[in-house]
Design a protein around this ligand. Structure first.
Ligand SMILES: Cc1ncc(COP(=O)(O)O)c(C=O)c1O
Length: 389
């Protein structure tokens, strides 16, 4: 397996930082805000309660499973029971569980690209075969039913769907969610739908949950979600998978041999998060929206860079194709990967190259960093790229 490119970039940036360099990191996909106080306080109290010092059910604390079911109804309108919720170690384990329970050897899973780097690796680890369906800025980085149909074969078991998207920030409008969901129902394939950025949409964009828009899909749909992005809780490691009872039972069995229950203190923190209101995420969304517009404007002002306006999550996905093959500081980067290396070496700016997401020629830049750092980082890139000849 290849290492997670996003974590590798982040580690490189942190190592340079530790060596005294002022590195601006656009690499990490995590909010720069601390976890809200009320959630932290719930965890502090949980530490002191001996009930949380013991093993608990693999599938999650019953009250958290109930609260996730209630939160799902509140936020997306999807009506599920607590028994359909499996609490996992972050959304990442929910992704891994989903493909592990769905894939038999040789089964194909359609993965629209640019894709989050973990999906194809999880599919391969589960014995499946990722089948990449490419999209670019001409369609807003969204795939169509025609493209999916052209990529499907009798071995197609599932479609991976994510909106808002990491790494592009694309958000599918309701009619496209519906068309894709109906196509999956007609074809009899599963959909793994990742809703981890559900609350981070901007402007006129709206998130639509596929099994709500297409209720007939519910029997063949696994929803991935978690507290990481909505509540600035990346380090707490709590996510969940929602699905039909048989799929959840299979994932529960597997998880019981792999990791057992998620740390109880983290589950109690997640319980406080999902049972509370959404005021903290509203404040973060406002900051992300401001930075989104700033990074979009600043990137498009750079000769050789073009950037579509992201509508969700906290990533910009600019094309750097206009800079490739040009002379820059004594080298001639031919790929976005080589250009990204030059950015960290020469400008001390960390970005993740598009290669990591199956789409060379782009950078992924997280704008979940402070406003001043964002300006400084993009300005450094502008200064560096102005030398390209
Ligand atoms: C699209 C997407 N899904 C799932 C996750 C998993 O998040 P976590 O495991 O931190 O809950 C991430 C994290 O970057 C993500 O970007």
């Amino acid at each position: 397996m290849s290492p997670s490119a996003t974590l590798t970039v982040d580690a490189k940036a942190k190592a340079l930082q530790a060596a005294g360099e002022h590195v601006i990191g656009f690499g990490a996909g995590e909010p720069d805000f601390p976890t809200p106080d009320a959630i932290v306080e719930a965890a502090v109290a949980a530490c002191r309660d001996p009930r949380n010092h013991r093993y608990t059910p693999t599938a999650g604390l019953p009250e958290l499973r109930e609260a996730v079911a209630a939160k799902t109804k509140r936020d997306s309108g999807y009506d599920v029971t607590a028994a359909q919720v499996l609490v996992t170690n972050g959304g990442k384990q929910a992704v891994a569980n989903a493909f592990a329970v769905l894939c038999d050897p040789g089964d194909e899973v359609l993965v629209p690209a640019p894709y989050w780097t973990t999906y194809p690796e999880s599919i391969a680890l589960a014995g499946g075969t990722p089948v990449v369906v490419p999209a670019d800025e001409t369609t807003g980085f969204r795939v169509s039913v025609d493209q999916l149909e052209a990529a499907a074969t009798p071995r197609t078991k599932a479609l991976l769907f994510v909106s808002p998207s990491n790494p592009t920030g694309a958000v599918y409008p309701r009619d496209e969610v519906e068309a894709i969901g109906r196509w999956a129902v007609d074809r009899g394939i599963w959909v793994v739908t990742d809703e981890i950025y559900e609350h981070l949409v901007y402007g006129a964009a709206e998130q639509h949950s596929m099994p709500v828009v297409v209720p007939e899909l519910a029997d063949r749909c696994l929803v991935v979600n978690g507290v990481a992005k909505t509540y600035a809780m990346t380090g707490w490691r709590v996510g969940w998978m929602i699905g039909p009872a048989d799929a959840v039972a299979a994932a529960n069995n597997m998880q019981s041999h792999e990791t057992s229950n998620v740390a109880n203190v983290s589950q109690r923190a997640a319980l406080a998060a999902v049972s509370g209101d959404l005021s903290a995420v509203a404040a973060m969304r406002q900051a992300f929206d401001r930075r989104r517009l700033a990074i979009h404007r600043m990137l498009n002002d750079i000769d050789g860079v073009t950037c579509l306006e992201p509508e969700g999550a906290f990533y910009a996905f600019p094309s750097v194709a206009g800079l490739l093959g040009r002379q820059l500081r004594g080298s001639r980067p031919q790929t976005s990967e080589e250009l990204a290396e030059l950015c960290i070496a020469e400008a001390k700016v960390a970005v993740v190259p598009g290669e990591a997401f199956g789409s060379p020629g782009y950078f992924r830049m997280s704008y979940a960093l402070g406003d001043a750092d964002l300006e400084e980082g993009v300005s450094r890139l502008a200064t560096l790229f102005a030398e390209a000849s």
